[in-house]
Design a protein around this ligand. Structure first.
Ligand SMILES: *[C@@H]1O[C@H](CO)[C@@H](O)[C@H](O)[C@H]1NC(C)=O
Ligand SMILES: *[C@@H]1O[C@H](CO)[C@@H](O)[C@H](O)[C@H]1NC(C)=O
Ligand SMILES: *[C@@H]1O[C@H](CO)[C@@H](O)[C@H](O)[C@H]1NC(C)=O
Ligand SMILES: *[C@@H]1O[C@H](CO)[C@@H](O)[C@H](O)[C@H]1NC(C)=O
Ligand SMILES: *[C@@H]1O[C@H](CO)[C@@H](O)[C@H](O)[C@H]1NC(C)=O
Ligand SMILES: *[C@@H]1O[C@H](CO)[C@@H](O)[C@H](O)[C@H]1NC(C)=O
Ligand SMILES: *[C@@H]1O[C@H](CO)[C@@H](O)[C@H](O)[C@H]1NC(C)=O
Ligand SMILES: *[C@@H]1O[C@H](CO)[C@@H](O)[C@H](O)[C@H]1NC(C)=O
Ligand SMILES: *[C@@H]1O[C@H](CO)[C@@H](O)[C@H](O)[C@H]1NC(C)=O
Ligand SMILES: *[C@@H]1O[C@H](CO)[C@@H](O)[C@H](O)[C@H]1NC(C)=O
Ligand SMILES: *[C@@H]1O[C@H](CO)[C@@H](O)[C@H](O)[C@H]1NC(C)=O
Ligand SMILES: *[C@@H]1O[C@H](CO)[C@@H](O)[C@H](O)[C@H]1NC(C)=O
Length: 425
């Protein structure tokens, strides 16, 4: 030791301290220790983690734990769904640095998602839906750069969706519904090349719908239902050739419904209900023959119902209630034999109802046309609509006799009030 000059001691100490810091990281028990400290943070009344024993070294066999095939010291997946687990998984879980999959939905996990989540750089799948997580989604989530699926729905998360999440360029599914998230939708989500599902319903999101969302090449499902989103619907969204599910209902959207320019759009559900949309129903909507559910109710739409809608041969639910639609209902609409729910109440519609309605709409379960100015007879053929559950023709100008509906065994709601009907004698 005597050959060391005294001034070199601080340097040696530094090297020694560094070695002490590095050494534990080389210990192959790291992931086992991390699992045990994770368990120590959780309450497990159902005993789901009974196999996670501190006297067992075979942690790859513990319930819900999967290790790498290449290196049995590395935990790559945690699958712990619906096990009544309570407590905080952060920051302990972030010590499992090889994790690529966290699937722990439907427990009672609480506490914050700590910024340490950014240590999980190999994470591709994160599903903590249906828990009690609170606090914000940390910006450091962008360090999880391989993330493909993020599902945090039905928690109590607040704050804004971090813009940095859009830096996870492999993202395919973003599911953040049923939280208390505020602020606007990061516009750069529209740049995610492989984004297919974005579900953000029942939050308090505001701002407008990012224009770019319409230009994503692989988007199939968008649900922004029940937020405070305003502005116009970007026309690019209805120019998509991939979207099959669009729910923008219960927001503050205004302006008119953009035209549908691609008849190859595989759209099955379109709901724009409960907004402040004006103008007419676009005629081009009739070119979307894949539609099964069309819900435009509770807006301020005007003009007549386009004849083209009758070309939608798979239409099951048509709901246009509480608008300002006028004119005659195109007779061909009553020929869409797949219709189960036809809801047109509280508009300014006029004219008669075809006499053969009960046979052309043989699957109809709900016929709600009250609060219009329909006239003429209630079709006797309705007696053949054996699935009919709800018949509401209240507040119209119907006259003549009431058909005998006594054989409609499913009928639960019948409202013929405020018309000019005669009681059968
Ligand atoms: C191992 O777990 C048992 C029961 O959970 C506990 O009593 C014991 O103190 C633990 N031992 C160590 C070394 O942590
Ligand atoms: C396996 O992983 C552990 C923990 O990361 C590491 O210390 C060890 O060197 C790895 N073994 C091999 C053969 O790669
Ligand atoms: C979770 O708790 C509920 C109610 O206590 C119980 O019915 C259920 O079986 C538990 N689940 C598991 C996986 O133990
Ligand atoms: C998350 O887990 C739940 C419960 O298993 C599942 O229904 C849901 O599809 C998962 N979310 C995603 C985006 O995979
Ligand atoms: C998108 O998906 C394709 C095909 O699965 C894949 O080759 C590509 O790397 C992905 N790109 C991104 C940015 O995730
Ligand atoms: C709408 O979202 C709020 C939370 O923002 C929630 O409390 C409410 O139940 C949701 N309403 C519906 C109809 O889903
Ligand atoms: C719709 O797509 C076509 C190309 O197919 C493009 O020329 C047009 O600008 C797009 N319109 C909108 C509103 O995005
Ligand atoms: C939609 O259908 C009408 C005829 O009903 C046709 O004139 C129009 O070109 C179609 N639009 C598209 C985008 O296919
Ligand atoms: C709906 O839009 C009209 C203008 O078109 C505006 O005056 C009104 O305040 C809006 N209503 C709501 C509830 O946003
Ligand atoms: C309903 O539409 C008519 C034109 O068809 C218009 O004169 C009237 O102002 C509209 N009513 C409302 C409440 O917007
Ligand atoms: C509706 O279908 C009936 C036959 O089921 C047919 O006679 C009638 O012309 C059709 N109406 C329209 C408007 O297409
Ligand atoms: C009527 O409903 C039945 C049972 O859901 C279905 O199989 C049948 O295809 C429907 N008919 C039409 C014309 O859509």
């Amino acid at each position: 030791m005597s050959h060391f000059a005294t001034h070199e001691w601080p340097m040696l100490l530094l090297i020694l301290v560094r070695l002490l810091i590095i050494f534990p990281a080389l210990n192959s028990d790291t992931d086992r220790d991390a699992l045990l400290s994770l368990k120590s943070q959780l309450s497990d009344p159902s005993g789901a983690l009974a196999s996670w024993r501190n006297d067992s070294s075979m942690f790859c066999d513990w319930h819900g734990v999967t290790c790498s095939r290449h290196n049995a010291s590395q935990v790559i997946s945690l699958d712990l769904e619906s096990l009544n687990l309570t407590g905080q998984i952060f920051p302990c879980i972030a010590q499992l640095s090889f994790l690529s999959r966290i699937h722990m939905p439907n427990n009672q996990l609480n506490g914050h998602i700590s910024p340490d989540i950014g240590l999980l750089t190999r994470l591709t799948y994160l599903n903590l839906s249906m828990n009690s997580l609170n606090g914000v989604i940390p910006h450091s989530i962008s360090s999880c750069s391989r993330l493909e699926v993020i599902s945090l729905q039905s928690n109590s998360l607040q704050g804004e969706i971090p813009q940095s999440l859009a830096e996870c360029s492999f993202l395919q599914k973003i599911v953040l519904s049923n939280n208390n998230l505020q602020g606007s939708i990061p516009s750069k989500f529209g740049l995610l090349a492989n984004l297919s599902v974005i579900l953000l319903s029942s939050n308090s999101l505001s701002g407008s719908i990012p224009e770019l969302l319409g230009s994503t090449r692989s988007l199939t499902e968008v649900n922004l239902n029940n937020n405070s989103i305003s502005g116009k619907i970007p026309p690019s969204i209805f120019n998509s050739t991939t979207l099959s599910y669009i729910d923008l209902s219960h927001n503050h959207l205004s302006g008119s419904i953009p035209p549908f320019s691609k008849s190859s759009m595989p759209l099955q559900l379109l709901s724009l209900a409960e907004n402040n949309l004006t103008g007419e129903i676009p005629v081009s909507l009739g070119n979307i023959s894949s539609l099964s559910f069309l819900l435009l109710s509770q807006n301020n739409l005007q003009g007549s119902i386009p004849e083209s809608l009758s070309k939608i041969v798979n239409l099951r639910v048509l709901n246009l209630k509480y608008n300002n639609l006028s004119g005659v209902v195109p007779p061909a609409l009553f020929n869409i034999s797949s219709l189960t729910d036809l809801i047109l109440n509280n508009n300014q519609l006029v004219g008669t109802i075809p006499a053969n309605l009960g046979s052309t709409l043989s699957n109809i379960t709900e016929l709600v046309i009250g609060g219009n100015q329909f006239e003429g007879q209630i079709p006797n053929s309705l007696a053949n609509a054996s699935n009919l559950q709800t018949l509401d023709i209240r507040s119209n100008l119907f006259s003549g006799h009431i058909p005998s509906l006594g054989l409609l065994s499913e009928l639960k709601m019948l409202d013929l009030g405020t018309n000019m009907l005669q009681i059968n004698g």
